[in-house]
Design a protein around this ligand. Structure first.
Ligand SMILES: C[S@@+](CC[C@H](N)C(=O)[O-])C[C@H]1O[C@@H](n2cnc3c(N)ncnc32)[C@H](O)[C@@H]1O
Length: 206
């Protein structure tokens, strides 16, 4: 397929997408918000007063939605390798989560507070080469789980994006060893052709 034809298809899919239109109408920064909303409707992740960490937060849809739901009663600490326009009620740290100084900055921002909910929608730029993309995304998911071990309150929840493929089963085991309940979620807004799924752990056991 020619380059212009394939990018034309992408643009058509994007603008015909009901979640893109809904996000525009409802003032959200991106369609990803409806993945989190659907999971929350089913699993009730969010409660007033929570401290929420949002990894891979740009452009800010999830953070925006969480801050809106918390309505000033709770904290949101977000981080991304890319810049993110400020959001009321959200503390943002820019940097590569694989770097120690970014982890340190998140921990410093948290101070004495512990997280009730850790979200990770991180996904590396996909090269299309599975032997590069899959380890890259599993590594980010592993680092997110390490952060959980450092900051989560007992009984906290963890929602993380992973791609089905090599390393998935081992990662599931690692999550299972820490949480009372572990489920996978594939919300409707997650494109069917994508290998992306979300793992949800609830009831963190220290
Ligand atoms: C699917 S987007 C997240 C969308 C976000 N949940 C929202 O609602 O706006 C994935 C994000 O992961 C970020 N990301 C990828 N690699 C990263 C890394 N090494 N450190 C931090 N963020 C990273 C990307 O920059 C991108 O913004």
């Amino acid at each position: 397929m020619s380059r212009s034809k394939s990018s034309g298809n992408w643009l058509r899919e994007h603008f015909d997408d009901p979640y893109v239109l809904k996000a525009q109408q409802e003032g959200y920064r991106c369609r990803a918000v409806y993945k989190l909303e659907e999971i929350n409707e089913k699993d009730q992740l969010l409660n007033a007063g929570m401290t929420v960490v949002d990894l891979g937060s740009a452009p800010g849809g999830w953070s925006q939605w969480v801050a809106h739901k918390l309505n000033g009663n709770g904290r949101v600490i977000s981080s991304d390798i890319l810049p993110m326009d400020p959001l009321p009620g959200v503390d943002f740290i820019q940097g590569d989560f694989r770097e120690q100084q970014v982890l340190d900055a998140i921990l410093a921002q948290m101070g004495d507070s512990r997280a009730d909910l850790v979200l990770s929608d991180m996904a590396p730029n996909m090269s299309g080469v599975e032997s590069i993309d899959q380890p890259g995304s599993m590594y980010l998911a592993e680092l997110a789980l390490e952060l959980v071990d450092q900051v989560a309150n007992p009984n906290a929840s963890f929602l993380v994006k992973v791609f089905q493929g090599s390393g998935f089963d081992t990662y599931m085991k690692d999550v299972r060893s820490r949480f009372q309940s572990v489920k996978t979620r594939k919300p409707k807004a997650s494109r069917a052709r994508s290998r992306e799924v979300y793992i949800l752990g609830t009831g963190y056991q220290v």
